[in-house]
Design a protein around this ligand. Structure first.
Ligand code: ACO
Length: 436
């Protein structure tokens, strides 16, 4: 039976339909609200606003649940590969062996970057942040591939192209930023192995792939593959809602992800832990500072809009760090500091009351450091991982007949109607009405 919520305003009653998701989540459909009552809703940061119906990812922030197309993140992280999870997110089902092989072949076919793109890289200021370079490069892809996408097959090609080329571009930008020779992708390597090789191989020092590191990178990217309507995904969809092309939309997502409150947090966590280590600051002092309302300092890698318990991805990331660092014989003092910080914060009343737990970014930087990834590349690593989610969500939005151009409203709090006052009357010293 259909459910309704009743809203009473100015003595008028309005029956609003209730939408129920497959996991029992409820939403009040307020689409008729303004037309019927003249009112709008007020919800800064859209914390209580559902912008769409989606079949891709389910999250329950109170219980710490994350599932892609129904499959728990814990199972994907343990058993799947990044390419397989990307396929799952994009297509809605796990691939058959044949489909997975075909996807891998297509990824290899698309892995080269147009040689002309090197000019972009070469002419970018050397000290640019890699996220700035990446968003510009992805936007530029439209000029290299200007075709209009109309069929599912064409869209599949764009999906593969982005997944494959963004990875190559990321490694290429790193090599160029160091003034090193660009290493081309190899068709005999898997997606993750290829990336590591393009990053770290060199003519004088051949890179030796380590099975556990390749597995850890797969897990890292699986953990970032999608996270429903987060800031960067919403940016992708907002830009896409104006019918801007997919490359421009993904480029906007990269830019949104860059901020330290979102994907830039993994870089900010390492900078915070490094500062604690170098300055020898006590853990309790750091926690006290994060609690101080007069300080803008926050415990980076803590807190989440949706998770009000431990982020399930952070749990997995911590376990991967505990496995991979000893294997690589790395004794990173930052891991110890992070664990101490977590212990102190989780027993502190401020963090308990506000449900602030480690998020995915808290331990991910430590893993990336162990792999040899430079700190300013951390958000780029996040961006590569988030590509399947961005693209699948962009497509879902495009196919959703209920969607419209994104255009929130506002409550105006400025001056009421005021007359224009000529400059001669505003300024008593002025003798001339003219601007010239
Ligand atoms: N350290 C200290 N206090 C915090 C923290 C933190 N990391 N996070 C939230 N708080 C406090 C806020 O000051 C606020 O306190 P108040 O109610 O007394 O004003 C309260 O907790 C709620 O915080 P909001 O900022 O209102 O929560 P919101 O849902 O808007 O923000 C966010 C979530 C941005 C993730 C926030 O927790 C934060 O800034 N964390 C640090 C940055 C970070 O780790 N970002 C990565 C997020 S995960 C991701 O994007 C992959």
């Amino acid at each position: 039976m259909k459910e309704y919520a009743t809203l009473t305003i100015d003595g008028k009653e309005l029956k609003l339909p209730v939408i129920i998701g497959t996991e029992g989540e409820k939403a009040i459909d307020i689409r008729s609200l303004r037309q019927e009552t003249g009112c709008i809703t007020y919800d800064p940061g859209f914390a209580n606003t559902g912008s769409c119906k989606s079949k891709i990812t389910f999250m329950n922030g109170e219980k710490g649940i994350l599932r892609h197309r129904g499959i728990p993140i814990e199972q994907l992280a343990e058993k799947s590969s990044f390419v397989e999870t990307s396929y799952l997110i994009m297509h809605g089902h796990l691939p058959t062996r044949k489909e997975l092989t075909r996807t891998s072949i297509m990824l290899n076919d698309q892995s080269m970057v147009h040689e002309d793109m090197q000019f972009f890289f070469q002419n970018y200021p050397r000290l640019s942040h890699p996220m700035g370079i990446l968003s510009a490069m992805v936007n530029a892809l439209r000029s290299f591939y200007p075709e209009i996408i109309t069929t599912q097959e064409e869209f599949e090609k764009v999906f593969i192209r982005l997944l494959s080329k963004v990875r190559t571009m990321a490694a290429m930008s790193y090599k160029i930023s160091r003034g090193h020779k660009v290493i081309y992708p190899r068709t005999d390597y898997t997606y993750c192995a290829n990336f590591l090789n393009m990053m770290f191989d060199s003519p004088v020092n051949p890179y030796r792939l380590d099975r556990d590191v390749v597995k850890a990178l797969n897990t890292f990217w699986i953990l970032h593959a999608d996270h429903e309507q987060n800031c960067s995904t919403s940016a992708v969809k907002t830009v896409g809602s104006s019918q801007a092309n997919v490359y421009a939309s993904i480029s906007a997502g990269i830019t949104a992800l860059w901020g330290p409150l979102h994907g830039g947090a993994n870089q900010a966590v390492i900078e915070m832990l490094t500062a604690i280590h170098k300055k020898g600051v006590g853990i309790s002092e750091v926690v006290e500072k994060a609690k101080n309302r007069r300080s803008s300092f926050r415990l980076m890698g803590f807190g989440h809009r949706v998770y009000k318990t431990y982020d399930p991805r952070a749990k997995i990331m911590k376990k991967v760090c505990d496995k991979v660092l000893p294997k690589l014989k790395i004794n990173d003092p930052l891991l110890e500091i992070a664990k101490q910080l977590e212990e102190v914060a989780l027993s502190d009343q401020y963090f308990v009351d506000k449900n602030l737990y480690p998020n995915v970014d808290f331990y991910s930087g430590i893993l990336l450091r162990a792999m040899g990834i430079p700190t300013n590349m951390f958000p780029v690593m996040f961006a590569i991982g988030r590509l399947p989610g961005w693209i699948a969500q962009w497509k879902e939005n495009m196919d959703d007949k209920e969607q419209k151009i994104t255009r929130p409203r506002q409550i105006y709090t400025g001056l009421n109607k005021s007359p224009y006052i000529p400059i001669s009357k505003r300024d008593s010293d002025s003798e001339d009405d003219s601007d010239y």
